[in-house]
Ligand binder design. Sequence first.
Ligand code: AMP
Length: 942
Amino acid sequence: MQDSVMKAWWDSSHMAGGNTAYIEEMYEAYLEDPQSILENWKVIFDALPKVDGVEVESNHTQIKADFKHMASLGPAARFTPGAAATQGDVQSDERQVKVLQLINAYRFRGHQHANLDPLSLWIQPGVRDLELKHHNLSESDFGAMFNLGSYAVNADKMGLGDLFKSLNRTYCGSIGSEYMHITDTEQKRWLQQRIESVEAKPVIDRDEKINILKGLIAADGMEKYLGAKFTGAKRFSLEGGDALVPMLKGLITQAGAFGTKEVVIGMAHRGRLNILVNVLGKNPSVLFDEFAGKHDDTLGAGDVKYHAGFSSDFATPGGNVHLALAFNPSHLEIVNPVVMGSVRARLQRRHCEDGSAVLPITIHGDAAIAGQGVVQETFNMSQTRGFKVGGTVRIVINNQVGFTTSNIEDARSTQYCTDIAKMVQAPIFHVNADDPEAVMFVTKLALDYRNKFKRDVVIDLVCYRRHGHNEADEPSATQPLMYKKIKKHPVARQIYADQLIAEGTIEKHEVDKLMAEYRAALDHGACVVQEWRPMTEHSVDWSPYIGHDWDVEYDGSLTVEKMKELGNALINYPEKHRLQSRVNKLYLDRKAMVDGEKMLDWGMAENLAYATILADKTNIRITGQDSGRGTFFHRHAVLYNQEDGSAYLPLQNISADQGRIDIYDSVLSEEAVMAFEYGFATAEPSYLTIWEAQFGDFANGAQVVFDQFLSSGEAKWGRLCGLTMLLPHGYEGQGPEHSSARLERWLQMCADHNWQVCVPSTPAQVYNMLRRQAVRPMRRPLIVMSPKSLLRHPLAVSSIEELAAGVFYNVIDEVDELDPQHVKRVVMCSGKVYYDLLDQRRKNEKNDVAIVRLEQLYPFPQEEFKAIMAKYEHVTDWVWCQEEPQNQGAWYCSQHHIWQSIPPGSNLTYAGRKASASPAVGYVSVHNQQQKALVEDALTIN
Ligand code: AMP
């Protein structure tokens, strides 16, 4: 406080002396609302200094009430509740205010003086606010008693000397707590209560200590064993971050006690083998076989062992918890949204909206969490309607080196690698991994926070990496000083065992016995996790979907009456729900379609497909940037009341016992959202899960997801996934970015029937394509080049009977009545260009060119194609026509299939744009010329 202001106030105030409690109350009111107190008090408080420009106090009446409640719950608190202190002997001068400022300085910045780095290499700059003299206090004040304000130890006053020690123990020990960036007072108070009441060091009983030690013995023992048995083989050792094993086991155990039924874990390869064996209970003998090169031939292409997922059950005091470690590629961090999607699916299956039944745990690297944008995307998604999962516990294995980058100035521009978490005001606990009791404390705290507030929380496990990036690497080449230190640094197991021996918790021979037992268990090769249980707790059965290919038989037909009934339900909405005029017109049109007065358009057919799927009690989830309305204003599955903005989904109200449908306009992200939907669809076969791109090229932002998960997840990991991707595609003169969904890329990755690539050209086709995807007992990704202008094309309409028939045609023959014998050329095409060709041919009044549409480009419908081609056996002039430039689209990727189906000796030629570096031209006039030319080229027989 400015001295002159303070003195003037103090001299004139009748509130000095023992009335600091009253002043503090006033101060609290001021913090809540500066206008709520008298102006002269406001002037005083306005003049109080800030720490780093930030107000450093918060209301705290509640925190004391919270504390008393907590104290009544159990023995965790170090101080037992006592009678309220009298005020008479408390310091009554301005130093009281300074002491309150000191407390808050520790809350804000104590973490910068905490002892976080096991190697003591990471030096943070000194913080003046944590020095007594910065607050005009000194050691000579140590004997003086002060009120503690909101400092949540169980005392109202304390000598400054004791308080200073307490603050240092609480905020500058092995834990650096960052939570003062949280604006929600309740959360902040709750955290203060939990941290300060036990000075960040709870009492841990002997059993728990032994359990922690066993975890460290397992972590270290496993790596040593692998290092000796498979010297030089890559294992991405956990060594240095050994605390992760007891930490995860503690986290799962506590989650189970809280009532959690499933835990889904995502992690990169560092430490993965260790977690597989020591937490999830994979049999060591299986892992050793993998090291020895043995593998299960039935598992397709397979993957390296440090990408493997695993499932098991784990016994906890609250019952068995199902564990699922997600499979993931080398691309660090991308597994996080996959885990979140998987958790969301499991939560919905368990009808748990608040996240308590399923816990996501994501394990990050320090360089990656700061470096990779998908992390930011997942934080942004974490509280949104469509993507929230009740909070994720995020653990950073902070080994202070990202491959070779260890200098902070090369790795990031933030103080901590975890600063990104502040965007959602997540609390962050930095903790020294060589103090496993501190690790366990923050682990429990983090989980309790997640469960209470349903928000993300971060634990920054500050550790080191004993070896190189992998075991074949030589880290001292690039980190000489760090590795000199690491070579001499004792392992966590030894440090903790010595601590327990010194405090009399265990004797050395007992430690040796535990180590020998663990080694013997590895030799034996059976599961080493006591809590492991065979899987019974997972809630989904994939067996109906296993072993079916895309052509498996199914019946998708419905009666026209049923279709009309559903159509009527689809156009029904509450009378008071006033529609926008264009939407109203669209719904009137839809009524005419149901009444048989109009042919069905794209939007109606698509909505009807969803209605029929829901009527079958299959669930639907649709996300994308404009998925409620549809980018091109065609879907309008969500209706907004023009009076009050409320939303109404007719699809949610088609019958009493229908499936569930959720349609969310997503956050403006592709990578994390597509990965989330992949995670959802791989965890939930009973849903039709759809991701829609605003424009097809937007999918580019998610390339890692379709390269490394969607296209190859089944081949690598045996994980089925029925995700449907609607990617608007079509050349309409909108320039290079929004014309192409990059069909060629999807086709290039086609093999082993890994996914389907479809280009439906009529409302009946989109209806039956979607129904097929839901009804058929097969779950494989469906990539759809969906239309834009076709949504309103007068020729792109269908009858309700065509829909009701329930057949998706992979190939569609010529529709006009041409005599096949007169046909001299067959033009094959996909998508919108068909209508340009048809229109022109009709204008030309020529009947010697047949037009055949390929509606499914992959898996290539060889038999159906051949059957249609049989009609044109005499034709030798075959043309593939496409809108995309020659190096793009289907021409190069699909022509080998066509060659196999056309009559021997035929000619197959190309009609389309010439090869181009850019997907499309930017000028509409050039586009129009090109389009005209390619259509003429296709139809003109030389
Ligand atoms: P999880 O709940 O993910 O641990 O999965 C439990 C079991 O269900 C796995 O061990 C698999 O046998 C099976 N499973 C889970 N997801 C899939 C999937 N996407 N495709 C096929 N089988 C799956």
